[in-house]
Ligand binder design. Structure first.
Ligand SMILES: Nc1ncnc2c1ncn2[C@@H]1O[C@H](COP(=O)(O)OP(=O)(O)O)[C@@H](O)[C@H]1O
Ligand SMILES: [Mg+2]
Length: 373
């Protein structure tokens, strides 16, 4: 049996299904992230685990115990919510010590444990300061120390890094993972930021409109998204509508606006969970990540193209290449040499193994929810 189990949990508010039939098993010591756009039910799910929101149906089990109806303060979980403010009139030390006092831990042990927790988040020298004397990142780390000092069986983090600026956020991602590894606490984190979810988690749970649509290791989610929504939501992607023209053995030929493209005929089984090989005449949407496209010299590769835009991303260049399939995005590593010129004629190439196939037609337009955080 898993350490933390959500069995078919549902939360309804009036007619709204905020969370529908969520089933998830988290192993002891695992770091799992709930990833999805704003409003998809991540916080509600976490709050049900915490005990701040009652489940409408379903059950929650912790270490073999049914905690579905247990009061929040008896669950003993460590919680860092975005809006979980520090006590402004207390020092860093006292903020961290507070939970231990509530648990009536003796004073001498309290001191040792608070010092240990502050050491872990690199704030030992700041024990005597007040929250207003700290930077955003330091405050966030105090909140983390306060949650882990009680040695909770499960740590719940809701967008713990979202108030930090980009650079600090990235540094804190690695720090958070490092701390979690040292302490070994089973952790469930909520985030709408795919980079954050990918860099820290053992497994990522993707949610759409209250439901889980995929649970997988981060690279599997990126390389084998189960829905078109996921392929758009996690990273950039080129989505190309097509029709299967012929299937022969391991390969299928798909026509994209009259351009034939060869793909793995079994790849339909991988996508959308609908199973089975592709059939002739079937409508499909091909999905190719920008970094999987290679830009070659003009006249080479699978398709001709012309550079229409280019963006410098620091470690990479992002190109828009116009050609017979419309505009494709291609990302190439910045190897230090000069980029391609605007209007330069190029060839576009890829290997068949990088093409993912979604069965069915493409959604009309990108989901506006993807834009909103
Ligand atoms: N207390 C509440 N009353 C009514 N609706 C709520 C309440 N809490 C959340 N919701 C709704 O439930 C849905 C999921 O919200 P939430 O779990 O906060 O999403 P997320 O954390 O993924 O952004 C949203 O449509 C939200 O408006
Ligand atoms: Mg939320």
């Amino acid at each position: 049996m898993s350490f933390l189990e959500l069995r078919d949990i549902t939360k309804t508010y009036g007619t709204l299904n905020a969370v529908s039939d969520v089933t998830l098993s988290v192993e002891k010591g695992e770091f799992v992230s709930l990833l999805g756009p704003s409003g998809c039910g991540k916080t509600t799910t976490l709050q049900m685990i915490a005990g701040f929101v009652d489940v409408t149906s379903g059950s929650i089990h912790l270490d073999g115990r049914d905690i579905t109806r247990a009061k929040a303060n008896t669950r003993g979980l460590g919680i860092v919510f975005q809006t979980y403010a520090l006590f402004p009139h207390m020092t860093v030390f006292d903020n961290v010590s507070f939970g231990l006092e509530m648990q009536r831990v003796p004073k001498s042990e309290r001191r040792a444990r608070v010092e240990e927790a502050l050491e872990l988040v690199h704030l030992a020298p700041y024990a005597g300061r007040y929250p207003r004397e700290l930077s955003g990142g330091q405050r966030q780390r105090v909140a983390l120390a306060r949650a882990i000092v009680i040695r909770p069986p499960v740590l719940l983090l809701d967008e713990p890094l979202s108030n930090l600026d980009a650079k600090l956020r990235e540094a804190m991602q690695f720090e958070l993972r490092d701390i979690q590894r040292k302490v070994g606490t089973t952790t469930v984190m909520v985030t709408h930021d795919q980079a954050e979810a990918f860099s820290i988690s053992d497994r990522v749970v993707v949610m759409e409109a209250g439901r889980i649509t995929q649970i997988d290791q981060p690279y599997r989610i990126y390389e084998h998204p189960q829905t078109e929504f996921i392929s758009r939501f996690v990273g950039k992607t080129n989505l190309l509508p097509g029709t299967v023209k012929a299937v022969s053995g391991a390969y299928a030929s798909v026509s994209l606006a009259g351009v034939p493209v060869e793909i793995d005929s079994q790849s339909g089984a991988d996508m959308g969970g609908k199973g089975g090989a592709l059939a002739s005449g079937e409508t499909v949407t091909l999905c190719i990540r920008p970094e999987k496209l290679r830009l070659t010299g003009a006249g080479q590769g699978r398709l001709p193209g012309r550079v229409s835009e280019r963006y410098f991303l620091g470690s990479q260049w992002l190109y828009h290449v116009d050609g017979p399939l419309g505009t494709l995005m291609a990302v190439t590593p910045n190897d230090g040499s000069a980029p391609l010129d605007l209007d330069a004629p190029v060839g576009v190439d890829w290997s068949p193994s990088v093409v993912r196939v979604h069965r069915g037609a493409m959604a009309e337009a990108p989901d506006p929810a993807l834009e909103a955080h």
